[in-house]
Ligand binder design. Structure first.
Ligand SMILES: C[S@@+](CC[C@H](N)C(=O)[O-])C[C@H]1O[C@@H](n2cnc3c(N)ncnc32)[C@H](O)[C@@H]1O
Length: 252
């Protein structure tokens, strides 16, 4: 599978140890609050870990943590940070659709933060099949992804078209399921991060979860909280907007 968004080229811009983007302020803290009390004595997999920002946040709480990503550049930075400040995170390059370095039934907690919206609808079954394979019985999975509403941020004044990274497209075309597009996210330190998104249906997730002996316990639409006006005022216009989705489930 080819790297989408050229993460390797942008890897330096993603390098961080404190929040810089909307998802760092809103989505990842939600994920952290959901898992922080269940990691003790657990073997954890961070699938699509990027340059390791979230893995570093939770490493001290887990028994062991493996983190992997498709982008060689992101993993290179993650390993450099691990060498500088060792936290015991084992990194490798790989694909969430084929976790060949992870043995069957070996993981207690599977995390995937802001990765699933890069997968095509046709790949979701493979994605959940791999979760089922690597999780121990009753092992839990936690998934963060962009909410379809996120695209509202990129509508032009007419509200009928969307400004993507290199082009403007009609809303009618955007609505086609499976379309992949890239957008530019501003960070609080004035950098631009390119992020990608495949148009998906919740039904596809539900079908693939049920089809792979997994149970979805909880879905949450994550809303931008009021405190953002103090923490990162550039995102204040978004207070109350639903920008991310969170799935929690287990292997049965
Ligand atoms: C927005 S970043 C999120 C990184 C990290 N999980 C976090 O929350 O900070 C998306 C990451 O997903 C990775 N990715 C996309 N498709 C992937 C795949 N099929 N397998 C593994 N990683 C993938 C990209 O390389 C990129 O590093």
């Amino acid at each position: 599978m080819n790297e989408k968004c050229n993460y390797t080229k942008q890897a330096e811009n993603w390098k961080r140890n404190s929040p810089i983007s909307l998802s760092d302020f809103v989505a990842r803290p939600f994920l952290f609050s959901e898992i922080k009390n269940i990691l003790k004595n657990k073997a954890v997999l961070d699938a699509g870990c990027g340059e390791g920002y979230f893995a570093r946040k939770i490493a001290y709480k887990c028994k062991s943590i493996t983190a992997m990503d498709l982008s060689k550049g992101m993993i290179k930075i993650a390993i450099e940070q691990e060498t500088e400040t060792p936290l015991g995170i084992k990194y490798h390059v790989g694909n969430v659709l084929n976790l060949k370095q992870i043995p069957d039934d070996s993981i207690d907690v599977y995390i995937s933060s802001m990765v699933v919206h890069y997968l095509l609808p046709k790949d979701l079954n493979k994605f959940y099949k791999e979760i089922n394979r690597v999780l121990k019985k009753n092992g839990q999975f936690f998934i963060l992804l962009c909410h379809p509403n996120l695209i509202d941020l990129y509508k032009d004044d007419s509200k009928k078209a969307i400004k993507l990274k290199n082009k403007i497209i009609d809303l009618k075309d955007y609505n086609k399921k499976g379309l992949y597009y890239e957008i530019i996210m501003k960070t609080i330190n004035n950098k631009s991060l390119i992020v990608g998104f495949v148009n998906y249906d919740l039904e596809d997730h539900k079908y693939s979860i049920n089809n792979n002996n997994l149970k979805l316990n909880y879905i949450k639409e994550i809303t931008v909280p009021k405190i953002i006006s103090l923490e990162a005022p550039i995102y204040s216009d978004l207070i109350g907007d639903k920008m991310y989705l969170f799935f929690k489930g287990k292997k049965i």
